[in-house]
Structures are given as structure tokens and as C-alpha cells.
Write a protein that binds this ligand. Structure first.
Ligand code: LLP
Length: 410
């Protein structure tokens, strides 16, 4: 966690000058924070063969992927488009795990043609895959471990009623299909959810995989997914990655020794690597009072950052020119024609129209979940790396939202 709770600059570059140069709204990422988060995981698991497969969906700008690659990690991709982005960033096919959810077989074929590891997430897909490829294309199986975990139900993916993976109770059927279709299963995978605090949950998940792993002679890796929790405000707990590393590595070593297996452990962190690296700079358009609430309306909304509305996610917000202030209480709201409350009843420094607000934890699932709702334009993205702030995605223009429309002569 950053020692400065409400930063006003990154690597010596003031947010004020970034807002001035690139305008608002703008997503700003601290590249060094991303690199140091990758290192923290590498260190925590240094006693075993570890591969990090960054969850591209969290923040998929090609430059961010390049930094991830530089730091020594691979990627997890959930669509063929993410696979292609990864390849544009320089990842080799063997560094990419492809974990789709219920996609059509044409997309699987496309991914196989690109040469990436395929994560099979249903029995029908295992059968279809076996019919076409048999043992010629090694693959992984996504198991649903029946573990309820994660910050809220919407981001819990490994419980019994979740759509993801193949129920661990169906292991006998999985094994039958592997045998019948002569599949070469080299990996077993789970992803239990997001914002998981407790190290024990990761150990429980790993144990489900170790237990299943005994039955797969060709296994080369087990993949425990992502889901490490980050801090969203001062004093907010976050996953103790060293504790997870210690517990899971020990269980991993015990399992490999006991069953004579030579495996790799794969992890797929998204938030842990990029959430805290990101700051979303927005401008106050209006400060308006109702009888009970003072609203700060900003030049953004759920079209740019949907997490507060979709998951009730907490994002720290502060006034750039008075970060530690707490003399006013505001509801910070967006400009979308919906109730897009970014932050409710927040004490912060006094805000006037034209002031810049900083929204924290904007690196993960911020830009990557942005849309053009209300026919608004998506913001710019800026990367701070080696002491320089550089544009890594242009702000959209009106052209961007019209150029795919086919205008009929009506
Ligand atoms: N691996 C798989 C297969 C996943 O589906 C995910 C996230 C991850 C890894 C990375 O999880 P992370 O380490 O980022 O928690 N949009 C939500 C989070 C949904 C995550 C979906 N899958 C949010 O903003 O909280």
C-alpha cells in the first residue's frame, strides 16, 4: 500500500500538470507501482516454480501489457481479442493462457490457431475439443471448486451456483471424457473470485486442485487464478501476499514431493497488480446544494467508472488542491442520466467548480469497463514511467462513436 494516502503527484510529476497537459477526465497509471506489485508476488512465491499470468481484463492497454512483460509475467486472456492485444505487446503464444467462458467453438479454434493454452470450461466443450484435436493440442480444465469467496456475490466465481468452470463434484465425468476423447490435460485451473482477503481461501482452492491433480498424469501446472484484495482506503485490509505465498508454496511443495510431480504454479492477479497504480482525474463541473445534500457533479460518470454503481465499490475521492481537507461533505456524482453516484457522503476539502478531483484505485476495471453510454466519449490514458508522463490512449472524438454507424438514406 502506498505510504501517501492521497498523492498529488506520481514520480515527481504533479497531477495538476497532467490534467493541464492532457485534459480531464484522464486515467493516470504509475508504471513503477505495477512493477513493484509483480515483484511482491514473485518474492512471495520465490521458493517454487511460479508463473504469473496477469488478468488482462483488469487493464488492457498495450503499454501496460508491455510493462507486465518486462516485469517477467505472462497474461491470462478471456477473449481472442485479449490474446491479440497480448501478442501485440510482445507476448509469445506460450506465455498466454486463454480462459474463455462459454464461447462458441469458432473462437476456441481461433485461439488454438494462435497457439495459446486453452482453458476448457464445460463438459460439452471438452468433448468438442477432443473430437477435433484429441491429444494433439494440450489443454487445461477449469474446475469450479465450490468455494464461496470474494468482495460481493457479483465477483464470486467459484461457488456452487456460479456459471464458471466444471463442478469439482463432476471429476469422475471429467476423467471419463479425458479418457474417451484422449485429451492431453496439462493444467488444472480455478478462479474463486475477486477481492478475497483471507490467505486460507487461496490455500483451500489450491488443495482442491492438488486433490484433483493426482488423477492427471500429463499435468505440468496448476493455476490458482487471481482475486487478491487491495486496500481501498486508509486502514482497509488487503491480502497478505507473503502469507498466501508461504501457505500455498508449502502445500505445493508437499504435494509435489509426495506424488513425485514436477509442476509449476500459475497465478492470475488483476487488481493486485494494477488497481492501486491508477488515479482517475476528473473536473468538478458544478457544486449544487439540495436541502440535505451537496452534490459535486463531475465531467465523468458510470460510463467511465462503473464499479461504484455496479458493485457498490468504494473509491477514495479527494480534492487535488486540498487532499487532506475534511471541512465539507459531498455526494460526488456523474453527468450520466442515471443515478451514478461515484462517492456518497464523503468528507473532503471544499470543492469549487473547475477544481480537479482524484479518484483512487482506478487502475483495475476502470477504463477496461468503460463505455460510450449517453454517447459520451471515453477518456484519455496516461502512463507515468521513468519520470515521464506519456499519453498511451487518446481521448475519443465524436468520430469514434459515429464511424461504425451505417447511415441509411431514410
Ligand atoms: N482470472 C480469471 C479467470 C478471472 O475471471 C479474473 C477476474 C481474474 C483472474 C482476476 O481477478 P482479480 O485478481 O482482478 O480479482 N470487475 C470486477 C472484478 C471481476 C473480475 C472478473 N474476473 C471488479 O471491478 O471488482
Amino acid at each position: 500500500m502506498s505510504s501517501v494516502q492521497k498523492p498529488t503527484q506520481i514520480q515527481g510529476i504533479p497531477f495538476a500538470s497532467i490534467a493541464e497537459e492532457f485534459g480531464t477526465p484522464v486515467y493516470v497509471y504509475d508504471g513503477e507501482k505495477i512493477t513493484s506489485q509483480v515483484k511482491a508476488i514473485q518474492n512471495a512465491f520465490s521458493s517454487i516454480p511460479l508463473k504469473i499470468k496477469y488478468a488482462t481484463k483488469a487493464l488492457s492497454n498495450i503499454n501496460i501489457l508491455k510493462l507486465i512483460k518486462k516485469a517477467g509475467a505472462g497474461i491470462d486472456a478471456v477473449s481472442v481479442e485479449e490474446v491479440r492485444l497480448g501478442m501485440m505487446a510482445g507476448f509469445k503464444a506460450e506465455e498466454i493462457m486463454y480462459t474463455p467462458s462459454g464461447v462458441g467453438f469458432e473462437e476456441i479454434e481461433e485461439a488454438v490457431a494462435l497457439g495459446v493454452m486453452i482453458n476448457l470450461d464445460s463438459i460439452p466443450l471438452m468433448r468438442q475439443f477432443g473430437d477435433k484435436y484429441g491429444d494433439s493440442v494440450p489443454a487445461c480444465i477449469r474446475i469450479n471448486p465450490h468455494i464461496m469467496a470474494g468482495g460481493n456475490l457479483k465477483i464470486s466465481t467459484g461457488h456452487k451456483a456460479s456459471k464458471f468452470g466444471i463442478s469439482v463434484d463432476m471429476l469422475p465425468e471429467i476423467l471419463e471424457v479425458v479418457k474417451e476423447k484422449q485429451l492431453k490435460i496439462v493444467g488444472l485451473h480455478i478462479h474463486t473470485g475477486s477481492d478475497i482477503l483471507d490467505a486460507e481461501i487461496f490455500l483451500r482452492g489450491a488443495n482442491v486442485l492438488f486433490d484433483a491433480a493426482k488423477q492427471f498424469p500429463d499435468l505440468r501446472f496448476i493455476d490458482c487464478g487471481g482475486g487478491f484484495k487491495v486496500a481501498y482506503k486508509a486502514g482497509d485490509p488487503y491480502t497478505d501476499i507473503d502469507e498466501v505465498g508461504e501457505k500455498v508454496s508449502k502445500a505445493f511443495r508437499d504435494f509435489c514431493d509426495r506424488y513425485g510431480k514436477e509442476l509449476e504454479l500459475w497465478l492470475e492477479p488483476g487488481k493486485f497488480l494494477v488497481s492501486e497504480s491508477g488515479y482517475f482525474l476528473v473536473k468538478a463541473n458544478v457544486v449544487k446544494k439540495s436541502p440535505s445534500i451537496t452534490f459535486v457533479g463531475v465531467d465523468s460518470g458510470l460510463n467511465h467508472l462503473i464499479r461504484p454503481m455496479m458493485y457498490d465499490a468504494y473509491h477514495d475521492v479527494y480534492a487535488l488542491n486540498n487532499p487532506e481537507g475534511n471541512e465539507a461533505t459531498y455526494n460526488v456524482v456523474g453527468y450520466i442520466c442515471e443515478t451514478d453516484t461515484i462517492a456518497a457522503e464523503r468528507q473532503m476539502g471544499e470543492v469549487k467548480a473547475g477544481d480537479i478531483l482524484v479518484i483512487k484505485n482506478a487502475g483495475a476495471y476502470g477504463y477496461s469497463m468503460a463505455s460510450n453510454y449517453n454517447s459520451r466519449l471515453r477518456p484519455a490514458e496516461v502512463l507515468v514511467w521513468e519520470g515521464r508522463a506519456q499519453l498511451i490512449r487518446k481521448r475519443e472524438t465524436f468520430e469514434d462513436i459515429t464511424h461504425n454507424q451505417v447511415i441509411l438514406n431514410l
